[in-house]
Write a protein that binds this ligand. Structure first.
Ligand SMILES: Cc1cc2nc3c(=O)[nH]c(=O)nc-3n(C[C@H](O)[C@H](O)[C@H](O)COP(=O)(O)OP(=O)(O)OC[C@H]3O[C@@H](n4cnc5c(N)ncnc54)[C@H](O)[C@@H]3O)c2cc1C
Length: 222
């Protein structure tokens, strides 16, 4: 039998009923971020659906996560304000070290840290990520990042950004996607210290930014 997650769906519908069209229209008018909605989803545990139970989440699968977001959208709320936390999580779960998982996941599950941003797309590379030009080079114990991302959504509303950078030049690798690395930049919801942002005014209220890296220091801890 196919699991349809009716209990979860009903809970999401109840939560979303507290965020009617007028809430979203007011945010659209001022280009505001739905902090109260994101906090409510977090406190109810929905944004931690994919975090394993041992790290403070509910340890659900992708179908349950999809059901949560489907109900959010069906209720007229905007999952786009926070859905990235669910799909960036997969990278941390699959490729993060045990120490990184222990450090970040419980805090993300509690809502103390937001993992809402990912920097992949660049002005000269969209679908073909092998062409990214942002580089990270070894610097002492950590890394120095230089380059630019574009359409980095929610970067000003997130504590952590999943950042794709080239660590070995494309001409020195066998396969185009070899030599790319993923970093977790902890930037505390704003610019500074080698990271500058510039908002992109899109027709939808999507909170996207251009992000510029000028010797951004990323710690090398794994
Ligand atoms: C509102 C919004 C929010 C976004 N948020 C983020 C974000 O948070 N982080 C982030 O990193 N990016 C984000 N993006 C970027 C988005 O993921 C990119 O737009 C996407 O990767 C496509 O890149 P591109 O626009 O350069 O299109 P291109 O790569 O130039 O592609 C243009 C079209 O050509 C097609 N195409 C490309 N290559 C091929 C091929 N080889 N064969 C056939 N068809 C092909 C594509 O499917 C597409 O239809 C956002 C974009 C928008 C509009």
């Amino acid at each position: 039998m196919v699991e349809t997650f009716e209990d979860i769906r009903a809970s999401v519908r109840t939560l979303c009923a507290g965020f009617p069209g007028s809430y979203w229209q007011a945010l659209d008018a001022e280009r505001g971020y739905p902090d109260r909605f994101v906090r409510a989803l977090t406190e109810a545990g929905f944004l931690a659906a994919l975090i394993p139970a041992e790290h403070g989440g509910s340890g659900l699968g992708l179908t349950a996560a999809a059901a949560i977001l489907e109900e959010v959208q069906a209720a007229g709320c905007n999952g786009g304000a926070c859905h990235a936390q669910m799909y960036t999580m997969g990278t941390l779960l699959r490729h993060g070290s045990p120490a990184q998982k222990a450090r970040f996941l419980p805090a993300v599950a509690r809502g103390d840290l937001r993992l809402q941003a990912f920097g992949v797309t660049e002005p000269t590379s969209g679908t073909d990520t092998s062409r990214i030009r942002t580089t990270a080079v070894r610097h002492g114990d950590g890394w120095l990042v230089n380059g630019q991302k574009v359409w980095t959504s929610r970067v000003e509303h997130s504590d952590l950004m999943l950042l794709l950078a080239r660590t070995t030049p494309r001409e020195d690798v066998e396969q185009p996607h070899d030599g790319l690395s993923v970093f977790f930049d902890r930037h505390s919801r704003g610019a500074g210290g080698g990271l500058q942002t510039r908002p992109i005014r899109a027709m939808i209220n999507h909170h996207s930014w251009e992000v510029f890296f000028d010797d951004l220091k990323v710690p090398g801890r794994r």
